[in-house]
Ligand binder design. Sequence first.
Ligand SMILES: C[S@@+](CC[C@H](N)C(=O)[O-])C[C@H]1O[C@@H](n2cnc3c(N)ncnc32)[C@H](O)[C@@H]1O
Length: 362
Amino acid sequence: MYCKKLSRLVLRVSCLKPTSVIGGPLTSAYRTVFSWTAVCQQRSLRLQRSALMEKDQRAVPCQTSLRSVSQTTVDPDELRRFQSLANKWWDEQGEFAALHAMNDLRVPFIRDNLLNVHRGRQTGKPLAGLKILDVGCGGGLLTEPLGRLGASILGIDPVAESIGTAQLHSSYDPDLRHRVSYRACSLEELNADGPEGAEGAEGAEGAETAAEGAGQFDAVVASEVVEHLADLETFAYCCSLVLKPGGSLFITTLNKTNLSWLLGIVVAENVLRIVPAGTHEWEKFISPEDLERLLESNGFSVQSVKGMLYNPITGAWSWTNSTAINYALHAVKLSDYPPVQANESSPHPEDPTAAQSGSTHS
Ligand SMILES: C[S@@+](CC[C@H](N)C(=O)[O-])C[C@H]1O[C@@H](n2cnc3c(N)ncnc32)[C@H](O)[C@@H]1O
């Protein structure tokens, strides 16, 4: 049903021209704010830039073994955009309404996939005992429901104003006091700070810490975040650093297709105004295949990818077989990542060089 409605919407939008006369408020709003020619020009410029960027990336081989966490995932323009919206997070009818509605899909997706791995949890608080890191938590829209399911959860976001909103909002719920904590930082800063950094240092008084150090999280969640990052490679690498072996990574994001440009940017931002204009840059979107390749090169095995569809009429999300616009991904960190070199893993007991080689693998 949603598919039919959406395809009618796509048809309608693709038939519109700046001078077309179709009745209704949508069309008049459209005529005042929207220039199809300008959007198309913008689009071809973006495609050209994207092709150039991809060519550059192909020219530089990925040096996984030489990576350090000195790169930043932070794009200052993105932070400015979210800073200006920091007091809007909990307005369920406002700019983040679609994220509020997305909880209907993403919370069960995360819960059920975690329960597949960690069975036998207590009913009512099925995620009790699990440590989750919510990267790019914003105002805590997803952090809070995961905390209510019993997880000990640390939400991080480089926008301090959003963290302030998240802390204030969660403080109203005594049930969250001992499980949810927040910190204003990026993932690479959390890694750089070491074990102390990963503690829920800014949690409410007496809060149980979300983690004792790097490699200590059972799950990392990055929902609607990767499309806002400056460096996805660094992000994937840092995710694998903070996760326990066998830990889960959950990502929701937008595919890099013509349809995601049309519906995710043109329609959602410029026509229907579901999302503030300028929220998304199509160049930063990533296909599930490219994301899977990137994660696999960082020690993950992708378990599932599911298409998600937003119905702007009902304001609800549903699962769909198509990943053409939005999708959710679940990956698991392989136990042997970073891979142990054969000659490092089990030095011969009588090998005189073993002690000098300084191998730290056990
Ligand atoms: C679309 S919002 C999603 C918020 C939240 N995950 C949710 O779904 O409710 C994107 C969030 O990513 C954050 N963000 C942007 N760049 C980031 C980075 N480099 N590292 C972590 N978070 C970042 C923004 O500040 C913003 O809060």
